[in-house]
Design a protein around this ligand. Structure first.
Ligand code: FES
Ligand code: FES
Length: 153
């Protein structure tokens, strides 16, 4: 079936199967490989993108069901050669090792920054709790999100 997807501000007409995931379309048909395949079961958060501004696990979202919604991937964050403040904060705090979880962490963090005004350590940990980092960089991820939260104030 043909569906029309709005991804990072551009509209794409793509052929999908009824059960095909958004993650598969992003990576395999649109070449947006910044979004990562981790568990494929909704457990790790590596595949997190924003749909209408909210963090969603793209391995669990059927592409055919996100028509008419706005999808944002990690590739959308850079603007005119400048990284998003949260990307800058991740670099400053070295909040990654292998980097595999990082796009999902950053997209979840961007969604959190947009939706929550008062970000305490506890609120950050609670919101990010379901995003897994096998390298264990959690304290640095929390520090990076706190820094980006302060920078936006
Ligand atoms: S790959 Fe989607 S949650 Fe793990
Ligand atoms: S930096 Fe390696 S999984 Fe998070």
């Amino acid at each position: 079936m043909k569906v029309s997807l709005r991804v990072n501000g551009a509209t794409h007409e793509v052929d999908v199967t009824p059960t095909q995931t958004l993650l598969s379309v992003l990576r395999d048909q649109l070449g947006l490989t910044g979004t990562k395949y981790g568990c494929g079961e909704g457990q790790c958060g590596a595949c997190t993108v924003l749909i209408d501004g909210l963090p969603v696990r793209s391995c669990q979202a059927r592409a055919s069901l996100v028509q008419d919604k706005s999808v944002s991937t990690i590739e959308s964050l850079e603007s005119n050669g400048r990284l998003h403040p949260l990307q800058e904060a991740f670099l400053k705090h070295e909040a990654m090792q292998c980097g595999y979880c990082t796009p999902g962490m950053i997209m979840a963090g961007v969604g959190l920054l947009a939706s929550t005004a008062d970000l305490t350590d506890e609120a950050i940990v609670k919101a990010m709790d379901r995003n897994v980092c096998r390298c264990g960089t959690y304290p640095r991820i929390v520090a990076a999100i706190k820094e980006a939260a302060h920078a936006r104030a």
